[in-house]
Design a protein. Structure first.
Length: 295
């Protein structure tokens, strides 16, 4: 087993490129180092500097390396392609220049990011699903051929790839040479899926993990009352790694059994967060992971 452990701006309450509710990017980088991490994701494109030389200098000063980062888009919408392509080209060049390995692709939410109201159907019709798959392949091909990046698809609550059957349909419909999973452990648990069994079952398609945990009581309430993902985050759904429904000792043992060789990025959703909240949590999460054998 070989795990490259990292963290992300998401664990500091960062969801958007520019938002006054979010911690300044310099402070984020400084606190990542203080918390004991060596690998990071870049977060939303534009949160950290887009200038390659400036960003590389900031990372090198702190001894940080980049695993990859994500792109969000409504993948089933043809009109979304021009914006997605523009961000893909800029972000791909930045990631390649930083020797990153992964582009994490996420289908945008069918609920509003701020109100939580439903703005699209929860499940796609056949033609829309086909477009989602075609866009995924298109992004993966560009990422691989132009930037030598591997695409890792990230399922997410309130997206069109959220439930176990949707994730498995995505795996069935995509080319394994182009599309792997950037599997979020906490998001599996959020939708009632056993992460240990799921990752073991699909180990050949999972080189990249996001790790977070889920509050059991809130998880039951959110599912029963169909509370939107955004509201669930505000309620504190994603708790510290040592406290939730995911047994990370058992999860680590499973990774050892399957000889996992890849990245595990801590991503504890907490937008918005007071600026003094993330660092103590990041330290406790890092200490817990070290204690249970994540390195």
């Amino acid at each position: 087993m070989s795990i490259k452990l990292g963290t992300s701006p998401d664990s500091w309450g960062v969801w958007f490129a520019d938002d006054s509710k979010q911690i300044p990017w310099q402070r984020f980088l400084d606190e990542v180092v203080e918390a004991g991490y060596k690998w990071i994701e870049l977060g939303p494109y534009g949160y950290l500097p887009k200038d390659l030389d400036k960003l590389r200098s900031e990372l090198d000063q702190r001894g940080l390396k980049v695993s990859g980062t994500f792109l969000f888009a409504h993948l089933e919408e043809p009109d979304a392609w021009p914006g997605l392509e523009k961000d893909l080209m800029g972000l791909g060049e930045l990631l390649a220049g930083l020797d990153a390995k992964f582009l994490v692709l996420i289908d945008d939410l069918h609920t509003d990011w701020f109100t939580g109201e439903r703005i699209k159907p929860e499940r796609l019709e056949k033609d829309a699903w086909k477009r989602l798959i075609e866009t995924t392949h298109r992004v993966a091909t560009i990422a691989k051929e132009k930037f030598d990046l591997r695409l890792a698809f990230h399922s997410s609550p309130d997206s069109h790839v959220a439930y176990e059957d949707q994730i498995e349909m995505l795996l069935e419909d995509t080319d394994p040479e182009l599309v792997s999973l950037g599997q979020d452990v906490g998001h599996l648990a959020y939708r009632g899926v056993d992460p240990v069994q799921f990752v073991r079952k699909h180990q050949d398609r999972i080189p990249y993990l996001h790790i977070k945990n889920v509050d059991f009581g809130l998880q039951r309430m959110v599912q029963a009352q169909e509370i939107p993902f955004i509201r669930a985050v505000e309620m504190g759904m994603f708790c510290e790694l040592s406290r939730g429904v995911v047994d990370y000792v058992a999860f680590r043992e499973m990774l050892e059994e399957i000889k996992f060789d890849g990245w595990a990025i801590v991503e504890q959703d907490m937008y918005p967060a007071p600026f003094d909240k993330p660092l103590p949590i990041a330290k406790r999460n890092r200490e817990y992971l070290h204690r249970i054998g994540f390195g």
